[in-house]
Design a protein around this ligand. Structure first.
Ligand SMILES: [Zn+2]
Length: 103
């Protein structure tokens, strides 16, 4: 379990990528293999991180990036277009998250 995840920073990055309001929370109530889940519409998204599956910050970034790709593409599919968008967003989130200029 990661004890210093900057959820506010992830929220800010997520809102920049999606242009909608994003809430990010963490729970231990999800009992499956998913790193995160999302519910979204045109204005808001709720991303819930599965605390049971998180061992390091990269797991969080990976899970959040996965859900952001669903939001950006407005699709639940896991096709090639999705996988490519997920990879792009993962890189963007990772760079922004590790950028310490804006805390
Ligand atoms: Zn998915």
């Amino acid at each position: 379990m990661v004890n210093k995840i900057k959820l506010k920073k992830l929220k800010r990055i997520s809102e920049k990528i999606t242009n909608i309001k994003v809430n990010i929370t963490m729970t231990t109530a999800i009992n499956d293999e998913r790193k995160a889940v999302v519910i979204f519409n045109k204005k808001n998204a709720d991303i819930v991180i599965n605390g049971n599956k998180i061992k390091e910050i990269n797991d969080v970034i990976d899970g959040v990036a996965h859900e952001l790709a669903h939001i950006v593409l407005n699709s639940k599919k896991h096709n090639d277009k999705f996988l490519s968008k997920w990879a792009d967003i993962y890189s963007t989130v990772k760079i922004e998250y590790e950028n310490n200029k804006k805390k």
